[in-house]
Design a protein around this ligand. Sequence first.
Ligand SMILES: Nc1ncnc2c1ncn2[C@@H]1O[C@H](COP(=O)(O)OP(=O)(O)OP(=O)(O)O)[C@@H](O)[C@H]1O
Length: 278
Amino acid sequence: MISLNRLSFYYRKGNPVLEDVTLQLAPGRIYGLLGRNGAGKSSLMHALCGLLFPKAGEVQVLGFKPGERKPAFLQQVFILPETFQVPNITVDQLIAVDAAFYPAFDKQAFYQYLEQFEVPADAHLSSLSFGQAKKVMISFALATRVKLLLLDEPTNGLDIPSKRQFRKVIAGTLQDDQLMIMSTHQVKDLDNLIDHIIVLDEHRILFNASVDEISERLLFSQQMTLTGDVKPIYHEGSLKGYITITPNNTSVPSSIDMEMFFNGLMSEKQQMLALFNH
Ligand SMILES: Nc1ncnc2c1ncn2[C@@H]1O[C@H](COP(=O)(O)OP(=O)(O)OP(=O)(O)O)[C@@H](O)[C@H]1O
């Protein structure tokens, strides 16, 4: 569905943002796009929906070049930016005006999501807090039923109960012909939510693998001491001793601590990547 071939991009010459990025993404999955602040996550998402144009290389999405912004492409893609300004209208007016751009828009689902988020359906957008407005926009994004859904830092601005609601709403919404990419630097928020991880670092793809593969290759465990047979690749102190990452030499997939994984990858790049030989 998405094919990036040697994509490069910069805002100012000499300051690369994306360099030689090659990537294939398939539908039916939720991808987590991870990276430190400024790694280029938003820029990559903008390249996928035609908001910025590659300086070199090719981007193909759903058989289109996003930069051409053809209506048949735009009605199948939705990006929810990290921050936005809401128009001075009611929720109902938002649906009446904007839903028309998305032929598969599911109005009933929209109101169901709003209910799950506990946002009143008769609210005036400008009277909502940023977090509430974000929940309206997440509901709108999911209800568009577009083929490619890009959520840039979707949990930013949500309080802890809202993050729980977010997880509930997202779980089970994706259909087989849809692809969702969620970017974040708050890696913990995506625990148990994504199928596949892509990590951007130093303008390039550092890591690209499914969550299943990670849980087969790495073992996340709690240990009282660090004196076991196998020296951990990475460890962090916890209340009960240490959480460690070691190679998974068992035949049982490990449950993943997403934040530990990201920290471990950033800290011990070579050792971690060596376990994923592709
Ligand atoms: N409009 C712009 N003009 C110039 N430079 C920009 C612009 N937008 C982003 N950049 C720069 O491009 C780089 C990548 O930014 P981008 O927003 O894509 O990163 P990000 O990974 O999404 O960051 P964050 O996690 O902080 O949202 C950063 O160094 C940023 O300063």
